[in-house]
Design a protein around this ligand. Structure first.
Ligand SMILES: Cc1cc2nc3c(=O)[nH]c(=O)nc-3n(C[C@H](O)[C@H](O)[C@H](O)COP(=O)(O)OP(=O)(O)OC[C@H]3O[C@@H](n4cnc5c(N)ncnc54)[C@H](O)[C@@H]3O)c2cc1C
Length: 465
């Protein structure tokens, strides 16, 4: 039986990135994955397939608006089978890419259900064929699965999850999306572009509830303009299925009973951790509603057992967070210096149209934390590249503290928000101030240069509005 420095359960972004970095650092590494392919939720049913569909929706929107660009387009049609085929090809290509990177870094992988069996031991069950792996350290990176609502179980035909909605043979004429977090608004955006009548139901008072309040207001306004119906403060009560689709009853924010019908319903009400049957029961690891508590370097209270990714308590369920958590865990194991992951330094990117990118404190969080807050806001209407792109809705909002001008949070809604977020992440990680950032020369004409105006707007010194 081979002995490894680290055994990793799960090959999503938490697991596979940890494995590659462990290989690079010279640790003998093995990954246990229950599926016959590598990449997890993110690659197969999450980040990547949804971004493929969002890209196709974006291109389709450009064709629909061809007149504005001076093109005459006729006979425009969606070949849905071809769209799905391209999505699948991209996913497969990248799953093979991870296999290649594993080989390159001498990472081994085995298929089967991995289970922690006490210090240094992981059992693997591949359809009843059992084996054991010995490793000095173990990382649990088993990820998450879509949550259902009590009494509303997905049947994957009419009531869908993020998995089944990716397999729809046709674009639905109408779609109810329950939940207006990142997953919900991305699918709402995709199917709205492709012509479905989309309605969003959200139990909380606003869409994208983790974002700054002004971002939620702007998204709701823009979605409504695109004919997406939105009901906030509205909890689904019943969902009935029939031959035509689904009938949903709920009370709206004024307490009025409402009924909606649609061909399909998507449940996008959050993700539950998949830590069950992974052997945690008899360990010292602290669990809270299925999430695993970890210390500064992702180690649980059970020595030598680490946890990263969507199963970790208190950190956001995001692929790039999972990746960095994996890197921190293996770097620490290898005895090299590393920084613990800071929750307030993790960017959020939502790829609906308009896109949202944010990092750090919202205005409300900064005030609640006791800062003397100074805010600046720059609308994309003043940015020439945004006008060239035909997409000048939205704004950048900068939240800073008054005395030293430290940047506390940046909130973007509008064109390329998830790309220009790069500067926001660098600013917060390097503890940049408004004055530092006002000295950065931004290339012209770019959407990115709106960041310069946004920082300057905190001092009332913006140029372009
Ligand atoms: C529709 C959708 C869109 C998303 N878009 C984005 C996005 O754009 N950007 C972003 O940052 N995040 C996005 N996310 C979130 C992102 O997918 C997750 O945060 C990320 O996948 C978490 O990585 P992970 O490694 O913790 O788990 P996962 O990716 O869930 O991987 C866990 C892996 O472990 C395997 N596994 C589980 N238990 C066992 C076991 N006992 N033995 C062996 N193998 C096991 C699973 O098969 C799986 O391969 C999206 C999620 C969804 C659902």
């Amino acid at each position: 039986m081979a002995k490894y420095d680290v055994a990793i359960i799960g090959s999503g972004p938490g697991g596979y990135v940890a494995a590659i970095r462990a290989g690079e650092l010279g640790l003998k590494t093995v990954v246990v994955e229950k599926d016959p392919y590598l990449g997890g939720t993110c690659l197969h049913v999450g980040c990547i397939p949804t971004k493929v569909l969002l890209h196709h929706a974006d291109v389709y929107d450009h064709f629909k608006n061809a007149n504005e660009l001076g093109f005459e387009v006729s006979g425009l049609k969606i070949n849905w089978a071809n769209v799905l085929d391209r999505k699948d090809k991209i996913v497969k290509k990248h799953a093979k890419g991870i296999e290649f990177l594993f080989k390159k870094n001498k990472v081994e992988w085995v298929q089967g259900w991995g289970r922690y069996e006490g210090p240094g031991k992981v059992s693997v069950d591949n359809n009843g064929k059992k084996s054991t792996i010995e490793a000095t350290n173990v990382i649990l990176a088993s990820g998450s699965e879509a949550r259902a609502l009590p009494g509303i179980e997905p049947d994957h035909k009419q009531i869908l999850t993020n998995r089944s909605i990716l397999q729809l043979p046709e674009i639905p004429k109408s779609l109810i999306v329950v939940g207006a977090g990142a997953v919900g608004v991305e699918f709402a955006s995709i199917y709205n572009s492709f012509g479905s009548q989309v309605t969003i139901l959200e139990a909380l008072p606003r869409v994208v509830p983790v974002e700054d309040e002004e971002i939620s207001v702007e998204l709701e306004k823009t979605f409504k303009k695109k004919n997406i119906q939105i009901y906030t403060s509205s909890k689904v009560e019943t969902v009935k299925k029939d031959a035509k689709g689904v009938t949903v009853t709920f009370k709206d924010k004024d307490g009025k009973a409402q009924t909606l019908q649609a061909e399909k319903l998507l449940l996008a009400v959050g993700r539950m951790p998949l830590a069950e049957n992974c052997g945690l029961e008899k360990t010292k690891a602290k669990l809270e509603r299925g999430f695993v508590h970890v210390g500064r370097y992702m180690e649980t209270d059970e020595k030598g057992l680490f946890a990263v990714g969507d199963i970790v308590a208190g950190l956001p369920q995001l692929a790039h967070a999972a990746m960095m958590e994996g890197i921190v865990a293996v770097t620490h194991m290898a005895g090299k210096p590393t920084h613990p992951v800071r929750k307030d330094r993790i960017p959020n990117a939502t790829y609906c149209e308009p896109q949202i990118g944010s990092i750090g404190l919202t205005e409300e969080q900064a005030r609640d934390a006791g800062y003397a807050v100074k805010v600046g806001k720059f609308p994309f209407v003043g940015n020439s590249k945004a006008t060239i792109l035909g997409s000048h809705g939205g704004f950048i909002k900068v939240v800073s503290e008054e005395k030293y001008g430290e940047v506390l949070g940046i909130h973007i809604i509008g064109p390329l928000a998830t790309e220009i977020l790069a500067e926001a992440a660098a600013t917060l990680n390097l503890e940049g101030t408004i004055d530092d950032m006002m000295n950065v020369i931004h290339a012209h004409p770019t959407v990115w240069e709106a960041m310069g105006d946004a920082f300057a707007s905190v001092r009332g010194l913006q140029i372009n509005v």
